[in-house]
Design a protein around this ligand. Structure first.
Ligand code: ZN
Length: 96
């Protein structure tokens, strides 16, 4: 007998799952789950999936960062070179 279906006869305290008490024939009952909570099987939680980037995504993202770093380095290098040349032409400034 399942706990959820178990009934307690209020006349003779018989526990049954029928419509009427098999001992005294009374139809007055209460469910046992009123006092004893029925445990439900807990659904197992699936661990969160970790989505790893594919090889293509890693290559694109990695080359994008490398390209950006190379771009900034080239820009900084060109500006620094221009400043050095301008300073040398003027014969004034930091290189003197
Ligand atoms: Zn009864």
């Amino acid at each position: 007998m399942q706990l959820r279906a178990a009934r307690l006869c209020v006349n003779c305290e018989e526990i049954h799952d029928a419509h009427a008490c098999p001992a005294c024939g009374s139809e007055n009952f209460t469910y046992l789950t009123r006092w004893v909570p029925a445990s439900r099987p807990q659904p197992q939680r699936e661990p969160p999936r970790i989505v790893l980037p594919t090889l293509t995504q890693r290559i694109i993202f990695g080359s994008g960062l490398l390209g950006l770093a190379a771009f900034w380095f080239m820009r900084w290098s060109r500006r620094a070179k221009a400043r050095v040349e301008a300073s040398a032409v003027r014969s004034i400034g930091e290189l003197r």
